[in-house]
Design a protein. Structure first.
Length: 442
């Protein structure tokens, strides 16, 4: 197991969160749905029957702590692996070491913090060793495993969802920190219950953040002549005067907020759309990412009901690219308001998704000979392109030529709505179909 960066140092110089890191399951705050008496994860740990697993949850809820507790209670060798500094070569070297241990009957647990930082090739390097049981993999991630963990690897791991701590759980943790000798138990610290609750609310369910805030306010408290340290409301306010917006550009909240923006525009709610836009921009989201998503929306949810929506979305993207943030915020606002108020049609999206299903299940269907290209004599001899009709040569600019494979003849993918301008496209499509029905040879 890798050595702590604090090895050999006076433990009192460590941050409060490190000093109070739980050494047993009973010391872990929260996660009672997994670690309470009789709960599945607790039973697996206590019986030393763990398998490969992923801990998924927001920062500061005990993912790394839980892995270290498992290391302390298991009979396996434990390797703490860095997803930031390790490459495929290092992974394979460690896996070979674990395989050698397996051959002599020794299990190895490999813990990978921030496993989402590994790319596909690095994750793939673990797969054969997980499959044959050379290692038990425990990964920790703040990101949705469905997006960031290879499906093959994910299918071999049990995902446990760790939850943000409740205000009450955080308050209990802070109270213990004030009494525990590893915390401030050796000092006389006066801090009101309402201040502990304020710190708990401020932390947003993040135990590490709560302990760091407590440490900050205590270190800045007022000491009297008797050695009693008092935390005043003024100190607390100074230490918590600005809370960062809860947002991780690379985490699940990233997807939650872009989903909120998309669905607000879809629901024709410009006020909500502007709010979610501001939430992302003020938290540091890349304006170009938002502009790309708005561009997708312009075709997915507006489409031909208002063809100008795509033009405006692309223009907003170009504006973001040219002038950057914060100036481009107004261009994005214009775009999301336009999308919110535009008539809605998902006909293009639905058309492609339906066609995709057919394309994936009927990959072998041949292209009709009449619309094949014939660049060589051999292809011409095989009747490629024979009977092709050039639509521009006809008065109506239409032909009765078959363009779909035989197995899909008559299939309809694009079903226009009557919203906005798409009604005109619906009329035109109806005219085309009527002409073809009248001129197609039965």
């Amino acid at each position: 197991m890798q050595q702590s960066i604090f090895s050999g140092e006076d433990w009192r110089t460590q941050p409060l969160a490190s000093r109070l890191r739980p050494a047993s399951l009973d010391e872990i705050a929260g996660q009672t749905h997994l670690l309470g008496p009789g709960k599945v994860l607790r039973r697996l740990i206590e019986s030393d029957r763990i398998s490969s697993m992923i801990f998924w949850g927001p920062p500061g809820v005990g993912k790394t702590t839980l892995a270290r507790v498992i290391a302390g209670q298991t009979k396996s060798a434990f390797i703490d692996f860095s997803a930031v500094t390790s490459g495929v070569k290092e992974i394979r070297a460690v896996m070979q070491q674990a395989e050698a241990q397996r051959l002599i009957g020794q299990r190895t647990i490999v813990f990978v913090d921030e496993i989402h930082r590994f790319n596909k090739a690095q994750q793939d390097a673990f797969l054969p060793f997980v499959e044959k049981g050379s290692i038990i993999l425990i990964g920790a991630t703040t990101e949705n495993p469905s997006f960031e963990i290879n499906s093959a690897l994910l299918s071999r791991c049990k995902v446990f969802v760790l939850q943000a701590l409740s205000t009450g759980e955080i308050v209990s943790l802070l109270s213990r920190a004030l009494q525990d000798p590893r915390g401030f138990g050796g000092q006389q610290v006066v801090i009101g219950q309402e201040m502990l609750e304020a710190i708990a609310v401020f932390s947003g369910g993040d135990a590490r953040s709560a302990l760091s805030t407590l440490e900050m306010v205590v270190l800045n408290g007022e000491m009297d002549e008797h050695g009693t340290l008092t935390v005043t409301p003024a100190v607390l306010e100074q230490c918590t005067q600005k809370k960062s917006l809860m947002y991780d550009k690379d985490g699940e909240e990233h997807y939650n907020l872009i989903s909120a923006l998309h669905k607000s525009m879809r629901n024709s709610d410009p006020d909500a759309a502007i709010y979610w836009l501001a939430r992302m921009l003020e938290a540091g989201e890349d304006p170009l990412y938002i502009a790309r998503r708005v561009t997708r929306f312009a075709s997915e949810d507006v489409g031909l009901a208002d063809p100008r929506a795509l033009e405006l979305a692309v223009a907003a993207y170009q504006a973001c690219h040219f002038i950057g943030y914060p100036e481009c915020s107004v261009h994005l606002t214009q775009a999301v308001v336009y999308m919110s108020l535009a008539p809605k049609s998902n006909a293009l999206y639905a058309a492609y998704e339906t066609a995709k299903k057919d394309a994936l299940t009927q990959l072998a269907d041949p292209v009709p000979l009449v619309i094949r290209n014939a660049p060589t004599q051999l292809m011409a001899d095989l009747h490629y392109g024979e009977g092709y009709q050039y639509a521009h040569d006809t008065e109506e600019k239409l032909t009765d030529m078959q363009c779909l494979p035989d197995s899909l003849l008559g299939r309809e993918y694009y079903r226009p709505t009557t919203q906005g301008l798409e009604g005109r496209f619906a009329d035109r499509l109806g005219q085309i179909k009527a002409w073809k029905d009248a001129h197609t040879k039965k």
